[in-house]
Design a protein around this ligand. Structure first.
Ligand code: EPU
Length: 423
């Protein structure tokens, strides 16, 4: 198993280029199950999670090839309808094959993902949605066994909480259902818009993109199409926060700043100079001139502040000059990074879903041995390690590799001293 070693205290300087979004690539790859023929996806990141979903597609009978960042997936060979525990346990997003399998084969047997390091994360909304379309869902021996005789029938689905993958699963199922489906209180994350664009290019009839009410007029069949994965907004935000924490000046390229409506306001309130271009962001965080101001943050569904950037922002707040309150409203257990940040000298108190962070100034953190517990917790430890005095060893970085493409290469290009080592 690899660990990541960081010699902290170097300011970051230069340019970094953002990869395609993990959370858009996963549903778009799953959508290629919906039609025979060769689907072409551009700007696909090469991550542990994208490799896992491609293995899952192979196990269902599909073939694929990758050339650089372009992926060609042939949806013709689909013949199996079962996703095993071995694949689903390593990546919850495997549940995204449920909708397409039901739409195309009328049957899907997918292992229940179970809980994970950030919370219980049930899939009851997905199943309730399929049932509204006439699917029977049984839970047996740790698997969801879902089937329908013939085509799904359009219906109305209301989500109590806007679920990202729930909305995506229902969109894919309803695209091939008979009649019209309405999804109320749908999630509005940009990754969902990316999926809708792909489905429409495949021949689907969907109204309401970017809104919380989606109307899907089912069609009899879809065809393979060519699509492009949007830039990863969470990777963008992670590098932006890293530059603020380590200090320095950097340009973040190939991103879509419009997909991070809340982050830049928070960074400006923290006292950082942020210049936004159409596809780039310039961060100027000269640490000799500016301290970091304490800023409160509450995670919310899009366009609110993303839960996937909560841990990173908290790492920055440990170095502020005041008290900030971080409120996690999406997941019930997403403070696993706190104990690790405390090992590095942070002063944080947790009370339920609130974390009170007492900023100890720019020199708050000292390097230490810490452990990554999930993907975004890992990136907050990287940010802390970059800003800390001395050496930080982060073990279990396979979590990081699930969602960040070539992080060592990108940070090195920005002037950080960071490398991987066998544990
Ligand atoms: N929820 C339910 N029942 C459901 C589905 C969701 O109670 O059937 C609850 C969840 O427990 C959570 C809330 O609803 O409290 C929202 O969860 P959502 O379904 O939106 O999360 P998700 O679709 O499982 C995606 C991302 C996550 C990201 C969340 C929130 C993908 C593949 N994953 O998960 O990404 O944190 O939306 O924005 O798109 C990550 O990339 O590190 C990551 C965890």
């Amino acid at each position: 198993m690899d660990k990541l070693v960081i010699e902290g205290g170097r300011t970051l300087k230069g340019e970094v280029s953002i990869s395609g979004a993990k959370n858009a690539a996963l549903p778009l790859i799953a959508a290629s199950l919906l039609a025979p023929g060769v689907h072409v996806l551009h700007n696909v990141p090469d991550l542990r999670d994208t490799r896992t979903i491609l293995r899952l597609l192979e196990s269902l009978g599909l073939s694929w090839e990758r050339e650089g960042t372009t992926l060609k997936i042939d949806g013709t060979g689909l013949r199996y309808s079962e996703a095993s525990y071995d694949l689903v346990k390593t990546m919850r997003a495997s549940v995204l094959v449920l909708g397409p399998l039901l739409a195309r084969l009328g049957r899907a047997k997918v292992s229940l993902p179970g809980g994970c390091a950030i919370g219980a994360r049930p899939i009851n909304f997905h199943l309730m949605g399929f049932e509204q379309l006439g699917v029977r869902c049984d839970l047996e021996h740790g698997y969801v066994d879902a089937y329908i005789d013939g085509r799904m029938q359009g219906g109305t689905v209301y989500f109590d909480i806007p679920s990202v993958t729930g909305t995506e699963n229902l969109l894919m199922a309803a695209a091939l259902a008979k009649g019209t489906t309405i999804i109320k209180n749908a999630a509005r994350e940009p990754e969902i818009g990316n999926l809708i664009d792909m489905l429409v290019a495949m021949g689907a009839d969907i109204e309401g993109k970017d809104g919380d009410r989606l109307t899907i007029h089912g069609v009899e069949q879809l065809k393979a199409a060519e699509s492009r994965i949007i830039p990863d907004r969470i990777e963008t935000g992670t590098y932006a926060i890293a530059v603020c924490a380590a200090g320095g000046r950097a340009v973040i390229n190939n991103c879509d700043p419009g997909h991070l409506p809340s982050l830049f306001d928070k960074l400006r309130l923290a006292g950082v100079d942020v210049e936004i271009g159409t596809k780039s962001i310039r961060i100027n965080a000269d640490k000799k001139i500016n301290g970091i101001q304490a800023v409160d943050v509450t995670t919310m569904p899009y366009p609110g502040y993303p839960t996937d950037l909560q841990a990173q922002f908290m790492a920055l707040m440990t170095m502020s000059d005041g008290l900030s309150v971080v409120h996690e409203t999406i997941f019930e257990n997403r403070f696993m990074h706190v104990a690790e940040l405390q090992r590095m000298g942070a002063d944080i108190q947790i009370d339920g879903r609130l974390a009170m962070v007492k900023g100890l100034g720019r020199s708050a953190l000292k390097g230490a041995q810490v452990m990554a517990t999930d993907l975004r917790a890992s990136s907050s430890l990287v940010i802390a390690g970059l800003a800390a005095e001395g050496r930080t060893d982060i073990s279990r970085i396979y979590h990081l590799e699930r969602g960040y493409e070539d992080m060592v290469g990108k940070l090195t290009a920005l002037g950080a001293t960071v490398w991987k080592e066998d544990e």
